[in-house]
Design a protein around this ligand. Structure first.
Ligand SMILES: *[C@@H]1O[C@H](CO)[C@@H](O)[C@H](O)[C@H]1NC(C)=O
Ligand SMILES: *[C@@H]1O[C@H](CO)[C@@H](O)[C@H](O)[C@H]1NC(C)=O
Ligand SMILES: *[C@@H]1O[C@H](CO)[C@@H](O)[C@H](O)[C@H]1NC(C)=O
Length: 486
């Protein structure tokens, strides 16, 4: 029995079928964002519903229903689909998934889908191409065109010539699909130090060159075993200013207290409470962070857990100035010492950009903080000695890291490459367990431009000093460091 085409599809029960089907297709997991309307069920809409429908119904004739037959249907997951010639159109919301293949002997016409780089995008849906979203509107493709954080071309170029670049590149899933701008802002976050600090005069060190080894890693210095902190992950929050500062602070505290105060300090405290002139997840100045540590101090991680990395938001400050760990009832999670005061530091001091000065400070005092420029290719660093490849176009951004040592890497040809061993704050899955090597002695990415170190205030600081005020900070420190070394 044949009906006029106008009536087809107008029966209420058919509409119910379509709606059920829409829900079903959604469930099957095609990337459908806006709810589909019946008209969007063009051919090719349901590649995921496999199975024999028209093929089962063929019967002895071996043909699909010629013409239009409303009873030419097959059950499909609680409703019906159709195998008659009415499906010979570009829009046919209720035809069986195998109609085109079985009845017409070919793939469905892709009139309403789009194609990009060989990928079909169904009308009304989108697909991601790295960090760019491509939406198909009734056959018309609409794609974003932003620079992505991960650039496969750069990766293959760097990996094609490891001799030239000195390092290898890889595609991190954490960074894949992100805009370059997101990473450059939210994975870094160290604002340039204020002019006054940039002019800060480096302290005078007298390194004993004969005692500087070719290779040094603070984690393996005998007296410092277990005292140098692991790499953390700042997440998607431009907080490297807080992470590098506290990384150095807690290492110095652990080293100077001989392990009595081995504690993870709370970057969330700095982010949430050190607000003056600072911009939270949009970046901060390390000189201001050090001032905060000198005047006010921070709590341990367990007392104010880091959450900005996942939320992207900076919660309100919960630690009043002048609070102490006892009245805050903070779990003193790692420290052996029962300390009352928050963790405070002496004023930070600057180390000159001379390689031997930086080395001497690290091997005698502990890890130091270094400002650097981040070029986009650093996000693709896998291992080796990093030097900016010059293959990325984006403006570099300011970042800060913790230098914990140095060494020389044999390249297998010519001179070995000298490097700094640096702790980043991009988690332990990045680089060499969260660390990276960067070319030393060339001011690579400005890493030797602004290097800071600090001394910690130990728990019994006041008792030790016995109230004795110290003379000018720099003379004191110079005095102190020379005492340390001899
Ligand atoms: C349906 O498609 C077949 C194969 O392309 C074609 O031969 C036939 O004429 C079409 N029928 C209608 C009604 O368009
Ligand atoms: C560390 O603790 C031990 C045992 O309590 C103590 O003897 C030692 O002096 C402490 N060291 C420092 C540097 O505070
Ligand atoms: C490193 O380079 C930057 C700019 O390229 C410069 O301002 C700075 O003075 C240099 N630092 C050292 C220690 O050479």
């Amino acid at each position: 029995m044949t009906q006029s085409p106008a009536k087809r599809g107008s029966g209420g029960w058919r509409c119910v079928g379509v709606v059920t089907w829409a829900a079903l297709v959604g469930l099957v997991g095609v990337a459908l964002m806006p709810p589909l309307t019946a008209a969007q069920y063009g051919p090719g809409t349901y590649p995921d519903i496999q199975g024999d429908y028209c093929r089962k119904r063929l019967g002895p004739s071996g043909r699909c229903c010629p013409g239009r037959y409303d009873d030419c249907s097959v059950p499909i997951r609680g409703t019906l689909c159709y195998c008659d010639q009415f499906c010979n159109r570009s829009v046919n919301p209720d035809c069986c998934p195998d109609y085109w293949e079985v009845c017409l002997g070919g793939p469905p016409p892709l009139t309403h889908a789009c194609n990009k780089d060989g990928v079909n995008i169904i009308s009304g849906t989108y697909k991601m191409f790295n960090c760019n979203k491509c939406t198909c509107h009734n056959g018309r493709l609409d794609c974003e065109d932003d620079a992505c954080l991960v650039d496969e071309k750069v990766i293959s170029q760097v990996n094609a010539d490891p001799r030239r670049y000195g390092w290898t590149a890889t595609k991190y899933s954490e960074f894949w699909g992100r805009k370059a701008q997101d990473g450059m802002v939210l994975r870094t976050g160290t604002l340039n130090p204020e002019a006054l600090s940039m002019r800060m005069y480096p302290i005078l060190l007298r390194p004993d060159l004969r005692r500087i080894p070719r290779q040094f890693d603070a984690r393996y210095k005998m007296e410092w075993r277990g005292k140098i902190s692991q790499v953390r992950d700042q997440g998607w929050c431009g907080a490297s200013w807080a992470f590098s500062t506290l990384g150095v602070a807690q290492d110095r505290l652990a080293v100077e207290s001989q392990g009595n105060e081995s504690v993870t300090l709370s970057p969330q405290h700095l982010l949430s409470c050190d607000r003056r002139g600072q911009s939270g997840c949009k970046g901060g100045h390390v000189d201001r962070a050090w001032q905060y540590l000198r005047r006010i101090g921070v709590v341990n991680e367990g007392c104010f857990l880091y959450e900005s990395g996942t939320s992207g938001k900076v919660p309100k400050c919960r630690i009043p100035r002048g609070a102490n760990l006892m009245n805050l009832r903070c779990a003193n999670d790692e420290a052996v010492y029962k300390r009352r005061e928050m963790y405070r530091m002496e004023p930070a001091y600057r180390i000159s950009g001379k390689e031997e000065d930086i080395q001497w400070e690290i091997m005698t005092g502990g890890p130091v903080q270094a400002m650097m420029k981040v070029y986009k290719d650093l996000f693709m660093y896998e291992r080796g000695v990093y030097a900016a490849s010059g293959l990325t176009r984006e403006e570099p951004v300011s970042h800060s890291v913790r230098l914990i040592g140095w060494g020389e890497e044999d390249t297998g040809y010519g001179q070995p490459t000298k490097y700094w061993l640096a702790a980043n704050s991009w988690g332990q899955g990045w680089g060499e367990n969260g660390f990276f090597k960067i070319r030393r002695g060339y001011n690579e990415s400005d890493i030797e431009t602004f290097v800071l170190a600090v001394r910690a205030r130990l728990n019994d600081y006041d008792r030790r000093l016995g109230g004795r005020r110290r003379a000018g900070r720099h003379t004191h420190r110079r005095h102190h460091s020379s005492k340390r070394h001899h």
